[in-house]
Design a binder for this molecule. Structure first.
Ligand SMILES: [Zn+2]
Length: 414
């Protein structure tokens, strides 16, 4: 089980923090907006709004920006000063720890990346060495981006595997060879910044909910398929983490009998059917059986990744490859139908290799989802590719720090 933060009682600073959060979220989602409108939307008194806005303006976080267009009843009313967030008044750092590489971005308050740098690492390096190099890269990225370090609100880290967000420990990351790595404490000691650590797919889900396609969505699921298959859920602006780590959709059993063994120890898991290694293995079997075919010719060309060459062979008319990929999409559709029946999200973001093969895979995924989901649950869910494309990892990581800025406001903000 996760170690949970304890609940604290209400105090004046907790109330102020709560009110600041409400105002900042209105500014994030509804700006430009007047003080009066903020008061209406939050239910706070105009005096409270005016006082807190004054603090945010003096801290440079909120700017007055022209006039709000007001359509008043009976055609009367006077224009009001519109307010908006100043995007570069504060910054966040996002660190995406991927297998073989670490990506670091400095973002503005809207999670837009201003500078991105990458370092390669090998699986022979210890976790401590990788994190020490990561801390150096964060410091270098802040400096080379020309950003005042005092305006960086924190560093978010998205890591693969089982991550305890409350202790910042990467409990188990088989793809990295990590076990019980105290990511938060090691980085925080070197960076002297607040560090927020979570699973990388959960971080991507959070970014979509706060800054992407999920801004107006109450229940959002992000499913990411590459080497593994994982999911993150956001409900009402907050990550749903379950008792000990929700989102292991890759290990939902699809083939109850005769399934391929999975690295989790089970067999017939979704991951054994739709992950990148599974698809590459099936493609190599097809090419071996048809060495003069379109797929074999594409696999022999080396200018793009293997999975892209497989998609290209399908686009070029290789029927066996197309059929194999559509089978993968059908299995993913079954997995998503199970997810929809359990959670009923309004929006599913499907990323990783499925986004790269969107034209081939998505029609079959959505058809299967609609057929298999209970009653009309499948009709009411939208399925789309990630808003932030190949930057989903770093922007998601940055969103962990920005979530703390917007949602865990304390007096320290101003
Ligand atoms: Zn499994």
């Amino acid at each position: 089980m996760f170690t949970r933060r304890s609940l604290t009682g209400s105090s004046s600073s907790a109330i102020k923090s709560h009110n600041l959060r409400a105002i900042l979220l209105i500014l994030l989602h509804h700006a430009p907006v007047s003080r009066v409108r903020i008061a209406q939307l939050t239910g706070l008194s105009t005096t409270t709004v005016t006082n807190l806005i004054a603090e945010l303006v003096s801290a440079g976080i909120v700017a007055e920006d022209g006039l709000e267009q007001v359509t008043a009843p009976r055609g009367v009313g006077r224009p009001r000063t519109a307010l908006r967030l100043e995007p570069e008044s504060r910054y966040a750092v996002g660190v995406h720890i991927d297998v073989g590489s670490v990506h670091v971005a400095v973002t503005d308050l809207f999670a837009r990346p201003l500078c991105i740098q990458t370092l390669e690492h090998s699986l022979d390096q210890s976790a401590e060495d990788v994190l020490a190099a990561t801390a150096d890269l964060v410091t270098d990225t802040i400096r080379s981006c020309g950003v005042d370090p005092a305006r960086v609100v924190g560093t978010g880290v998205g890591a693969s595997g089982l991550v305890d967000p409350y202790t910042g420990i990467n409990v188990l990351a088989p793809n990295l060879g990590w076990r019980d790595v105290p990511v938060r404490d090691w980085l925080a000691a070197r960076l002297k910044l607040p560090v927020f650590v979570d699973n990388n797919v959960r971080a991507m889900a959070l970014a979509e909910a706060l800054f992407g396609a999920g801004k107006d969505v109450y229940v959002l699921a992000f499913v990411y398929a590459r080497v593994g298959v994982g999911a993150g859920f956001v409900v009402g602006g907050e990550l749903y983490r379950g008792g000990a780590g929700a989102g292991e959709i890759g290990h939902v059993t699809i083939m109850a009998d005769d399934g391929e063994p999975c690295r989790c120890g089970n067999a017939g898991c979704l991951e054994t059917l739709v992950s990148e290694p599974a698809i590459v293995r099936l493609a190599r079997d097809i090419a071996a059986g048809d060495p003069r075919g379109i797929l074999a010719a594409h696999l022999a060309q080396g200018d793009t990744s293997t999975i892209n060459r497989i998609f290209d062979a399908s686009r070029a008319g290789d029927a066996a490859t197309r059929a194999m990929l559509e089978d993968r999409a059908r299995y993913m559709g079954i997995g998503l139908a199970n997810l929809v029946n359990t959670l009923s999200p309004e929006l599913i973001i499907l990323g990783g290799i499925f986004a790269r093969g969107e034209d081939i895979l998505f029609p079959v995924v959505t058809d299967t989802l609609r057929q298999r989901a209970f009653a009309n649950l499948g009709e009411s869910v939208r399925v789309q590719t990630p808003t932030f494309g190949r930057h989903s990892g770093v922007i998601g990581a940055g969103a962990l720090a920005l979530h703390a800025f917007f949602y865990e406001q304390a007096e320290g903000t101003t």
